[in-house]
Design a protein around this ligand. Structure first.
Ligand code: F6R
Length: 365
């Protein structure tokens, strides 16, 4: 039932404050992360874990890429991320004492399942799945399960399942960290950020009308470039994937530092550039990337923190995002970008909930 919403995609985007609350429910006790279902056995494995190998496809792969930034930053252990269809067919080398992790909304994606089954002979400590479907093959075949609790997702383009994956992966990062001596203060800071997340997402949703207006600038375009740096780079990738899927506009994401290495050649007045600006030590670098695009006649749409002080001007439209915690900023910035894809698709009149050629669950390769 779509309720008052025109499409399931929009309904599911708007469900995200409550989805995130559900994902967190019962997993934070006295300012500490405790995932009961993982239990003591998982804690023993986490204690021995010296590296992670994450495998997924599509949107779930983008979630894995964000997790890589968190894991290497907070846990100081290597986190390898690979697309399932690549991992399954090549000769791989396993880092000793590593944990194999799959991420999947459906729990039935053929390539991810095949990668899991391959991994069983590759000497990992154990397998863990971050999954949205409790009764799925992925859950059955994995040693440990962390359920994302996004509820049933009907729109083919994944939205709420993605944010629930990110929240789950942050909880998992802390859980592994706790077994490996992560300090209490870091844990409390991340917990605080997670507790504020539902209201931050709500604030982003309250800006939907402004995004709707902004989307008009994209509807007539054939190509769009998305730029990000650091943990926002995978968010730029996810935004590009979403726009492609539902609006059929060609979109590409680049790490902003790669601009000079090729994509700058594409910039002209017909190629809008969307920038996901973090409010951290990379902001200054990003500002010069913005200037590189602007000076070549490209129009820019910059999603930036209110405090980032990026001025709108000729060719630069700034869209303010309210996100007070660096660690969870990728999740907050996801919201306006999902809305952007949605509204562009609506203007273009595509079948938003069932984009052409796509299936919700990819059970064949
Ligand atoms: C994009 C999308 C797909 C899925 C991918 C993996 O919006 O939905 O890219 O993310 O097919 O599916 P799961 O997560 O079910 O393994």
């Amino acid at each position: 039932d779509k309720g008052n919403f025109r499409h399931f995609m929009l309904k599911e985007i708007f469900e995200q404050p409550s989805v995130v609350a559900d994902t967190l429910e019962g997993r934070i006790v006295d300012n500490q992360v405790y995932i009961e279902t993982l239990g003591d056995n998982a804690a023993k494995v986490f204690e021995q874990t010296e590296a992670l190998q994450i495998i997924a496809c599509g949107t779930s792969y983008n979630a894995a890429l964000v997790a890589k930034y968190w894991v290497e930053h907070y846990l100081n252990i290597p986190c390898l991320v690979e697309i399932a269809s690549e991992y399954r067919y090549r000769k791989t080398a396993t880092i000793p004492n590593s944990l194999f992790i799959t991420i999947s909304q459906s729990g039935e994606t053929a390539d991810t399942l095949a990668a899991l089954s391959k991994a069983k002979g590759e000497g990992y400590l154990a397998s863990l799945t971050v999954c949205n479907s409790p009764a799925s093959s992925m859950v059955r075949e994995s040693d440990f399960t962390l359920l994302t609790r996004a509820g049933t997702e009907i729109g083919v383009a994944s939205t709420k399942a993605f944010t629930a994956q990110l929240v789950s992966l942050l909880l998992l990062t802390i859980s592994i960290g706790k077994a490996k001596g992560l300090d209490k203060e870091t844990e409390h800071n991340i917990v605080k950020a997670l507790e504020h997340l539902p209201s931050e997402i709500q604030k982003a949703l309250d800006q939907a009308g402004d995004i709707d207006k902004l989307s008009e600038a994209f509807a007539e375009k054939h190509h769009t470039l998305f730029l990000g740096r650091g943990q926002q780079y995978p968010i730029a990738m996810e935004a590009a994937l979403k726009l492609k899927e539902v609006s059929y506009i060609h979109a590409e994401a680049y790490a902003a530092g790669e601009l000079k290495h090729g994509p700058l050649a594409l910039i002209d007045k017909d190629m809008p550039t969307v920038v996901v600006a973090p409010n951290d030590n990379l902001l200054e670098k990003l500002k010069s990337n913005i200037e590189e695009v602007r000076s070549r006649g490209g129009s820019l749409f910059v999603f930036a923190d209110k405090s980032a002080k990026i001025q709108g001007s000729d060719g630069i439209t700034v869209f303010p995002v309210d996100s007070s915690y660096n660690v969870t900023a990728p999740i907050v910035y996801t919201i306006p970008l999902q809305l952007l894809s949605y509204y562009v698709a609506v203007i273009k009149g595509t079948d938003v909930d069932q984009p052409r050629n796509l299936a919700k669950s990819v059970t064949v390769e």
